[in-house]
Write a protein that binds this ligand. Structure first.
Ligand code: NI
Length: 167
């Protein structure tokens, strides 16, 4: 396993179209293992393949920060099929280090996701895990969490972020 480099806001690969995963290969097993390693190294809750420069519809989630193997979830070609309620809370992204903003998300989601063997499963999540599902599925559509904010607020955050990166 290896920690991969996480690309950051402004890198065009975060905005590229992400392709559906077709055949499962040993390279994808390796990628998933590396993504969990990368996630735990950065103490994040989720990581999408485009964030390590690979434009496919794959993401990993672990809201336990590596503490509980049962919390490790791999999303493959995921789609949100139901959402319920709302939660308002702070959100951040490994591709936008140093930035966190309060964002509204559904309290519960149900996601349809493929398994490596090609079968489909439905995964239910709530609270922090539901937030992570939504955030990662956004990445797979080329969308960053700051794009949920209004244009004025996003602009202020972007300028502050760019200045901080230069300094
Ligand atoms: Ni993110």
């Amino acid at each position: 396993m290896a920690v991969r480099q996480v690309i950051t806001w402004g890198d065009p690969r975060l905005k590229n179209k992400n392709l559906d995963v077709e055949d499962w290969t040993p390279e994808l097993d390796q990628l998933v293992a590396d993504m969990f390693e990368t996630l735990s190294a950065h103490e994040g809750a989720g990581l999408a393949a485009p964030q390590v420069g690979i434009n496919i519809r794959l993401a990993v989630i672990d809201v336990s920060g590596g503490a509980d193997p049962a919390q490790k979830i791999v999303l493959i070609n995921p789609e949100i099929i139901r959402e319920e309620g709302e939660q308002i809370g702070e959100e951040g992204c490994l591709s936008i280090p140093g930035v966190s903003e309060v964002l509204k998300r559904p309290m519960k989601v149900c996601v349809k996701s493929r398994k490596p063997d090609g079968a489909w499963e439905e995964l239910e999540a709530e609270e922090l895990q539901a937030r992570a599902f939504c955030h990662e599925i956004d990445h797979l559509r080329g969308r960053l969490f700051v794009e949920h904010l209004g244009p004025v607020k996003r602009d202020i955050i972007q300028r502050k972020y760019q200045k901080q990166r230069r300094d």
